[in-house]
Structure formats: C-alpha cells, structure tokens
Design a protein around this ligand. Sequence first.
Ligand code: SF4
Length: 75
Amino acid sequence: MSGIYIHIPFCKQACHYCDFHFSTTMGKKEAMVKALCKELELRKAEFSGEQVATIYFGGGTPSVLETEEIEQLIA
Ligand code: SF4
C-alpha cells in the first residue's frame, strides 16, 4: 500500500516562525499545479500494481487551491 504527498508551496501570509517552503506570491500557482500534474503522470509507473491508500496535501496552505485545481491533481 502506498501514499502520495503533494506539497502546495503557497500561503496567504508568511508566519514568522515557519520553516516550511512556501511563497506568498500566487502568480505561479497555476504553473505549479500543471507541473505537479506532469510529475504525477511521469511517475505513475512507480505505483504500478499498488493500491494508493492515502493522498496527503501539505504545504504551505493547500486550501489556497481552487476546487478545479484539486480535481486536476486527484484525476
Ligand atoms: S505553512 Fe502554515 S505556518 Fe507556515 S507560513 Fe504558511 S500558513 Fe504560516
């Protein structure tokens, strides 16, 4: 059984104590989602014959994604 972690490196504001990788500039969010979709497509063979039990969205702040962007990643 496998799990997939998807890092969403965007936040609406920068918290001073935070060490996670993120940007408060949303200008590249669409390009990032496209790149993530491309990586998922390129690496899908790694899960060949395996059941994906979990898909975890971390960040950053995954809730900055639009519903359509999450649907693209899940698809
Ligand atoms: S990842 Fe969380 S704690 Fe870090 S800057 Fe973003 S909202 Fe703040």
